[in-house]
Ligand binder design. Structure first.
Ligand code: URA
Length: 259
């Protein structure tokens, strides 16, 4: 392959989201595609395959239930190996912000910057999220609980190439998200984007249908108001929709002021 063709292929891969190497050795997929077919074999007896990932969420549920603080959740996640994303991620990315905050934000999944820093929403989407929050007087850096936010995600390890997390991956992390809500005891939860809103509301409805409508979610012994809104990454792609996000933010401000 000519160097300029290799450079073009690499650039294409990066544009498709494959921005890191996850195997030590390159695999020649073209060679694999033209390899002679394997000789016909006698069909094997059916094998009972153990049901994998979702079953692991039973484990997650009991591990999450045993956590007695947010730090405990972090320590448990450090030794929780059932989520396959952990193998390809650089860092656990659990939370940022003020654990005493009145508002908890649940996003989607860490991206490249979050994976490197081990904190949610520190890349471009996070910068927009910070500006959105600042517009209604909230900040992840504020010390006063009424002015601050606590930020976490639906999933705590970066999916390779920023693909959407699968249902089994999110279901596996859900007990930890719910336990974090129960322990952090926010006055309201803001669900940022489709995936967190669908998981926390147990619905398949799209975010354009869900956004802006207050619901309640249960996290263990706690019932808490929940507002779904648009994800900042979506707003970066479709700035015209910022007017909808602004309505949601005003609704959040109003709910906080009414308390
Ligand atoms: N998008 C998210 O939903 N979460 C992050 O942490 C970063 C980007």
């Amino acid at each position: 392959m000519r160097p300029e063709d290799a450079a073009a292929a690499l650039q294409w891969l990066a544009e498709m989201g494959a921005d890191e190497i996850i195997g030590e050795e390159p695999v020649d997929r073209f060679a694999a595609a033209i390899a002679p077919p394997a000789p016909a074999m006698k069909p094997a007896a059916p094998v009972q395959v153990a049901r994998p990932p979702i079953a692991a969420s039973d484990d997650a549920a009991s591990l999450a239930a045993a956590c007695t603080s947010l730090d405990d959740i972090v320590a448990t996640l450090q030794r929780f190996d059932a989520c396959p994303l952990k193998k390809t991620a650089t860092n656990l990315c659990f939370s940022d912000g003020n654990p005493a905050a009145h508002v908890m934000i649940v996003g989607e999944a860490p991206g490249r910057d979050e994976d490197i820093q081990g904190k949610p929403f520190v890349g471009r989407s996070g910068q927009l999220l910070d500006r959105m929050l600042a517009a209604i007087g909230l900040s992840r850096h504020a010390e006063e609980p009424e002015k601050s936010v606590f930020i976490t995600n639906t999933i705590f390890w970066r999916p390779p190439g920023n693909r959407d997390p699968t249902e089994s991956e999110t279901m596996m992390c859900l007990p930890f998200v719910l336990r974090a809500i129960e322990l952090q005891r926010p006055r309201v939860v803001l669900g940022v984007g489709k995936i967190s809103s669908q998981r926390l509301l147990s619905t398949a409805d799209g975010i354009l249908k869900l956004r802006g409508k207050w619901r309640e979610i249960s996290a263990g012994s706690l019932t808490v108001p929940f507002l779904p809104t648009l994800h900042p990454a979506y707003l970066l792609r479709r700035p015209i929709e910022k007017r909808l996000a602004w309505r949601d933010l005003l609704s959040l401000r109003q709910a906080l002021d009414a308390h």
